[in-house]
Design a protein around this ligand. Structure first.
Ligand SMILES: Cc1cc2nc3c(=O)[nH]c(=O)nc-3n(C[C@H](O)[C@H](O)[C@H](O)COP(=O)(O)O)c2cc1C
Length: 191
């Protein structure tokens, strides 16, 4: 295998698409975001990276909180649209129903089966991007996607949640078929 250097370019994908919500100028606003990453499972920590020119970021800087709303592939036109227009020019709240979260300044997008309320715990700026590291304060999940086994609540499998993935060739994807189970694959290597 011959590898060539491409320099410091982003080659890390796909990214699951989310809609980041905040209250700005008294209304719910949502931005489509691909730069959203898990920073830890327990405690549940995430990071998002937003350009400073957006509208949603204003509400996050003010409230130090935001929502992560996870759309399904059926909501792709809305996701693409919310990533193409700014709340500075369009009242996005008029296109969707929202419910206030438990944290002040955090709207939840009703149309998404999963909405996570996030409290900012660290922030930093890299050039024109603000990176917010946040803990998940509350997870709101449609009960159709929750099951209970031995008293433990479980989220539905990824395929049922049907999230949108995005690749840097500007293409949206759905999740492909499962290819293995954690632990069982490692066992094949040393069997
Ligand atoms: C597929 C896709 C991914 C995007 N990812 C990000 C991102 O990670 N961070 C960001 O700041 N903007 C991202 N954007 C752009 C914002 O969604 C866009 O600037 C939007 O207009 C912001 O809305 P607002 O000004 O109402 O906050 C993305 C757009 C699309 C279509």
């Amino acid at each position: 295998m011959a590898k060539r250097r491409l320099g410091g370019v982003q080659c890390f994908y796909p990214a699951p698409m989310v809609l980041i919500g905040a209250m700005v100028e008294g209304r719910a606003n949502y931005a489509t975001v691909g730069d959203c990453a898990i920073m830890g499972i327990r405690p549940a920590v995430v990071a998002i990276s937003l350009g400073e020119a957006g509208f949603t970021i204003r509400g996050i800087l003010e409230a130090k909180a935001f929502s992560i709303n996870i759309p399904t592939t059926k909501q792709l036109p809305l996701v693409d649209y919310f990533g193409s227009v700014s709340g500075k020019d369009v009242d996005k709240s008029a296109l969707v129903e929202s419910t206030p979260g438990t944290l002040p300044g955090v709207p939840l997008l009703d149309a998404c089966a999963v909405s996570l309320e996030c409290r900012v715990i660290e922030e930093c700026v890299v050039e024109h991007r603000h990176i917010f590291i946040a803990e998940i304060a509350e997870a709101h999940v449609d009960e159709r996607f929750i099951s209970e086994t031995d008293g433990r609540l479980r989220m539905a499998a990824l395929r049922e949640l049907d999230p949108i993935l995005y690749t840097l060739d500007n293409t949206y994807h759905s999740v492909g078929k499962p290819i293995g189970t954690g632990g069982e694959e490692a066992a094949k290597l040393v069997a």
